[in-house]
Unconditional design. Structure first.
Length: 256
């Protein structure tokens, strides 16, 4: 039996990460699914076993660099050659003006959106170079390209993600590896619930009377970029719902 390629997806327990696992499983990948919630990863593994995909649940807190590096160094042999790295995990907390923000919350956002991406990339890319194959897909945001009020820290992390993706692409240009950023606008996931610190009403209002992207739409973009022929590198995608034209330009009246 031909060996399946291996993809590692962070933030795999929900939203874009979980749907990315689903589409990559159906595209023939085995998966290292990274998240803190073991029960969710085990449910995903059970679901995806029906399409012949093997899922290795990597239960770690991405903010704990040593823990992450130890877990990666202990991967079973079958999962140790990673072909695709999807740095998806990310979050925003609060919409406070910067001058009123909580530095402890900033740390969580910076650690998850920037430092964890760096840790994963630094740990996994050298093996890809040795094997002469690999694709790093970073999930960014329109927020990395357009800043908006109350979003300074989150936007800064996504601007960092964009710069890191572009810089990595330059650093790897002499290799067969590919680097992509996929930068969505409005996607309906748990993202807004977290951003509004659990206030479901405020989170729902973000998507009121419009049709946002779903996580599966972003996952489909991941599938598309990783299944291009080896000489094709999709470097950047900005993905909006049809009712959106910029971070703060949204037409309501188009949804349920
Ligand atoms: C999340 C999308 O528009 O709220 O990355 O910044 S947005």
């Amino acid at each position: 039996m031909e060996k399946r390629s291996v993809a590692l997806v962070t933030g795999a327990s929900a939203g874009i990460g979980r749907d990315t696992c689903r589409v990559l499983a159906h595209a023939g990948y085995d998966l290292i699914a990274v998240a803190r919630r073991r029960d969710r990863l085990e449910a995903l593994a059970a679901e995806l076993s029906t399409c012949g995909c093997r899922v290795f649940p990597l239960v770690v807190d991405l903010r704990q660099r040593e823990e992450v590096l130890r877990a990666l160094s202990e991967l079973p042999e079958d999962f140790s050659a990673i072909d695709v790295l999807v740095n998806n995990a990310g979050l925003a907390i609060g919409v406070d003006p910067l001058q009123e923000g909580d530095p402890a919350e900033w740390d969580v956002v910076l650690d998850t959106n920037v430092r964890a991406l760096l840790t994963m990339t630094r740990a996994i890319v050298p093996g890809m170079i040795e094997r002469g194959r690999g694709h790093i897909v970073n999930i960014g945001s329109i927020a990395g390209r357009q800043t908006y009020p109350g979003g300074a820290v989150y936007c800064a992390t996504k601007a960092a993600e964009l710069a890191l993706t572009r810089g990595l692409g330059m650093d790897l240009v002499r290799t067969p590896l590919r680097v992509t950023t996929i930068d969505p606008g409005l996607v309906e996931t748990e993202f807004s619930v977290t951003r509004f610190r659990g206030d479901k009403g405020k989170a729902d209002a973000v998507y009121h009377d419009l049709t946002p992207l779903g996580p599966a739409d972003v996952a489909e973009a991941v599938r598309w970029v990783v299944t291009q022929p080896p000489h094709v590198q999709v470097s950047e995608i900005v993905l909006f719902p049809t009712c959106q034209a910029a971070a703060t330009v949204v037409h309501r009246g188009s949804g349920a």
